[in-house]
Design a protein around this ligand. Structure first.
Ligand code: GDP
Length: 520
């Protein structure tokens, strides 16, 4: 960084924008990336054989100039945010693809939230205009509500109507990307220093060893350079572009496939050039140790509702970022409305960086990691392996089934009352193995207790595929063999009547109790 401060303005040269394509599933992201790739004249000259290396560059005519643009070949905001979670800020501009016959969908909004959270300008590609029922104006109207106001309506977002399939208006879209970059960003880099950048993807190839696609962000990478990428190291043995052409050197915003690393780095790992092989190895070893230490430290310093006051005092944050997930859009909206009404004074701001319906996903945790957000789950649970990941990353997740309990917690946390007012204490969980229907007793859940203790008379909820399907139930009767019992412990089978018909094999019964926490 000190080196960077010493660069004078003259060292900096314009560099191409790096673009990621995002949008709802099936709206045409992959088709668009294919269409863009095929506009490239260089590909034609090289015989048209492009190999996918994770990124590619094309050139577009803007006025009298030919301007390069670099595309990241993995569509979707998941990859984008996964990279950010590793500290890699790669994307300069996002193309948001919206199918004109389908309209704005949940993942359109999610993509939009992710790009906005990263402060990345958006160009909207209204796709599938060749289809019957395409209504590009409707898309413009819908996105205006999310703060993307089309230029033609006085806003500053460029919308381009395209057909990825028929390759209509792809050049116009690319031109819009260049114009947006020129207007909103000052994209310059110093090509004269040692190279550094980011790993886009990496694989182990049987014949060639580790094949690593890097994006150079500063400087120029040359064959023979000793490099470190994440905790992998080696010497650049050969480099190729996306057409399989051999490269001797690679400048800023240019992706290249690099051979020569002794192990495989992860997507999002940064790379640097080291003075010599030995130093490269030492840096790699140090990084590995540092990564382990950082992981531990990260877990200690993340924002949670409990430690908000402390992190505010330390000046680490001035905003409480929240991610809201719920079982219905109505619930999420109600929660959001109530949260935004909390009067918190000037000390701290509250920002809802993402909201959505459904179980808490890996993607939510990645976003929470990047923006130090707390995840609030309303009648939803983390999907498989997500709780583990959140724990590893130190991301705070809170679950509620009553809105006011969530509001009280957030308010108490923001006002520095230290502890949440209500606390849900888990008692035990049971998994339904078999369902019996009887006219006399209703639906009986033949279950096995998976954790803790199931007690007759406690509150219960039914969770199916990570989503709470019924929240306000009670363990009405509890039987072992033929006997009524008051409790059953972990590992034992039992019959549970929840007084609720819609139960299914595989459902999880959670029992809990609300304990009031004394304020101190
Ligand atoms: P992705 O999930 O966003 O990557 O979507 P794909 O690129 O896989 O496209 C989904 C489907 O929509 C495929 O069957 C495409 O052929 C089709 N499709 C994509 N773009 C267009 C388009 O401009 N017009 C029409 N008619 N179909 C398209």
């Amino acid at each position: 960084e000190a080196e960077e401060a010493a660069w004078s303005d003259e060292d900096l040269e314009a560099r191409p924008p790096v673009v990621t394509v995002m949008g709802h599933v099936d709206h045409g992201k992959t088709k668009l990336l294919d269409a863009i790739r095929s506009t490239d004249v260089v590909a034609g000259e090289a015989g048209g054989i492009t190999q996918s290396i994770g990124a590619y560059q094309v050139r577009v005519s803007v006025g009298d100039e030919r301007r390069p643009i670099t595309f990241i070949d993995t569509p979707g905001h998941e990859a984008f945010t996964a990279m950010r979670a590793r500290g890699a800020e790669v994307t300069d501009i996002a193309i948001l693809v919206v199918a004109a016959d389908d309209g704005v969908m949940p993942q359109t909004i999610e993509a939009l939230n992710h790009a906005q959270a990263a402060n990345v300008p958006i160009v909207v590609a209204v796709n599938k205009i060749d289809k019957e029922g395409a209504n590009p104006d409707k898309i413009r109207g819908q996105l205006t509500e999310y703060g993307l106001v089309p230029e033609e309506y006085g806003g500053d977002t460029m919308f381009v109507d395209i057909s990825a399939k028929q390759r209509l208006h792809i050049d116009e879209l690319l031109e819009a990307v260049v114009l947006t970059a020129d207007a909103a960003l000052d994209l310059r880099a110093n090509p004269h220093s040692d190279a550094r950048g980011v790993t886009i993807e990496a694989k182990l190839d049987k014949g060639r060893g580790a094949t690593t696609t890097v994006l150079v962000q500063q400087g120029t990478l040359r064959v023979g350079d000793p490099i470190v990428a994440g905790s992998a190291y080696g010497r650049v043995r050969a480099m190729f572009d996306e057409h399989g052409q051999v490269l001797e050197e690679v400048g800023p915003a240019r992706p290249a496939l690099v051979l020569g690393l002794t192990s495989v780095p992860s997507a999002g790992d940064s790379f640097i050039v080291a003075p010599d092989d030995r130093t490269a190895r030492q840096i790699a070893d140090k990084r590995e140790a540092a990564e382990r230490a950082a992981l531990l430290a990260k877990r200690r310093k993340r924002v949670s509702l409990e430690n908000l006051t402390d992190v505010l005092k330390e000046g680490k944050v001035d905003t409480l970022n929240l991610i809201l997930k719920g079982d219905s859009s109505g619930a999420v909206e109600a929660l959001e409305d109530s949260l935004l009404k909390i009067d918190v004074g000037d000390e701290v701001a509250l920002r809802i960086i993402h909201r959505g319906v459904g179980a808490i996903t890996q993607n939510d945790v990645n976003l929470a990691t990047v923006d130090s957000a707390v995840i609030i789950g309303f009648n939803v649970r983390p999907a498989e392996r997500v709780a583990e990941m959140a724990d590893r990353e130190g991301v705070d997740m809170k679950f509620y089934s009553v809105i006011y309990a969530a509001i009280e917690d957030v308010e108490a946390s923001m006002k520095g009352m230290l502890k949440p007012v209500y606390e849900e204490v888990a008692l035990g969980t049971a998994e339904i193995r078999q369902v019996f229907h009887s006219s006399k007793f209703g639906s009986i859940a033949g279950s096995i207790v998976r954790s803790g203790i199931i007690r007759r008379g406690t509150k219960a909820r039914l969770v199916r595929g990570g989503v709470v399907v019924a929240g306000e139930l009670t363990i009405e009767t509890l039987r072992r063999e033929k006997d009524d019992v008051t409790e059953v412990r972990e590992g034992y089978e039992c019959g549970i009547n929840l007084g609720f018909r819609d139960i299914a094999e595989g459902d999880v019964i959670e029992t809990w109790e609300m304990r009031e926490k004394p304020r101190d």
